[in-house]
Design a protein around this ligand. Structure first.
Ligand code: C2E
Ligand code: MG
Ligand code: MG
Ligand code: MG
Length: 291
């Protein structure tokens, strides 16, 4: 659409919009060859049990190493992959890679923890998540409980997709279901419980408010107690400070994930954590805050 400028003239060409659109078109183009060119890689970010300070799971986070642009963040390319339908093939890569990595760690004699993967609504819409998961779990002799699936509220209630049926099928496999970025969508806890979600991952916006305002703390507390009443586990996303950790422990939050514990790591480094899963002395960290 034409833009009206101060002088009353219409301007049809916006260089900034043009550059953004061109960059997007270029990304879309190079995304098409990225799988075949083996430019994708999974990083792994630990989740920590706040009662013990131990590693309890790792989230697989997709990385795209573009030959010219370097690392392209998922926030930039996942939406393009969803629009173009490429997300299905990319999602299959993620499932395959995560299962294979767990098998490699196990073969190296490491005590493997479950890996959680992120799934888009588009993948459910086109089926295959369940079949693909089942196939790769079986291929590597992995129990369903070794995989967790994270899905955002908006994806869960996407129109025209039988997410309910897909989730039920995954649960049959023993896969645990996580609500990702809780609090950023419009679902109610009642809806989530009806879908039998196991774990609520509270968006990092709430974690960062926790130690900033009394309201932030009250809000977090309310989410924790409702989730507990509904039998869901609570994970705090984006834990960055010892102060936040202390507050989370005081509120009875079950698990945490964030830079305080570890950033997403390449598989080799993540494997290193499996041999020393005591990620932090929780009492120590909380003690530091009390001083
Ligand atoms: P997410 O699933 O909510 O993942 C958490 C994001 O927060 C990750 O960003 C992670 O690197 C970042 N993060 C972790 N700890 C901290 C912290 O303490 N502070 C801050 N500021 N950030 C933290 P990342 O890796 O850039 O991924 C962004 C999003 O892209 C993910 O959000 C997820 O929605 C999507 N994504 C990543 N991998 C995949 C995938 O394989 N498939 C699909 N469909 N989506 C993916
Ligand atoms: Mg996630
Ligand atoms: Mg999240
Ligand atoms: Mg997110």
């Amino acid at each position: 659409a034409a833009k009206r400028e101060h002088g009353g003239r219409y301007r049809f060409f916006d260089p900034e919009l043009y550059i953004a659109a061109t960059a997007r078109a270029q990304l879309r183009h190079s995304l098409q060859g990225a799988l075949a060119a083996r430019q994708f890689e999974l990083y792994y970010q630990p989740r920590v049990d706040l009662a013990t300070g131990r590693l309890c799971s790792m989230e697989a986070l997709l990385r795209w190493r573009h030959p010219e642009l370097g690392m392209v963040p998922p926030a930039k390319f996942i939406p393009i992959a969803e629009e173009s339908g490429l997300i299905c093939a990319i999602g299959q890569f993620v499932i395959e890679e995560a299962c294979q990595q767990m098998a490699l760690w196990r073969a190296a004699g490491l005590a493997v923890v479950p890996v959680s993967i992120n799934v888009s609504a588009h993948q459910f819409g086109h089926g295959g998540v369940h079949a693909h998961l089942a196939m790769h779990l079986a291929r590597h002799h992995l129990a369903g409980a070794m995989l967790e699936v994270e899905i955002t509220e908006s994806a869960m209630f996407a129109e025209g997709v039988d997410v309910h049926g897909e989730l039920a099928a995954l649960r049959e496999l023993g896969v645990r279901l996580h609500v990702d970025d809780f609090g950023t969508g419009y679902s109610s806890l009642a809806q989530l419980q009806r879908l039998n979600m196991d774990v609520l991952k509270i968006d990092r916006a709430f974690t960062s408010e926790l130690t900033v305002s009394p309201e932030g703390r009250v809000l977090f507390q309310a989410i924790v107690s409702m989730a507990k009443a509904l039998n869901m586990k609570i994970v705090a996303e984006g834990v960055e400070t010892a102060g936040q950790l202390a507050a989370l422990i005081a509120l009875g939050c079950d698990e945490g994930q964030g830079y305080l514990f570890a950033a997403p790591l390449p598989a080799r480094q993540a494997g290193g954590l499996l041999s020393r899963p005591q990620l932090m002395s929780v009492l120590e960290a909380v003690g530091e805050v009390a001083l």
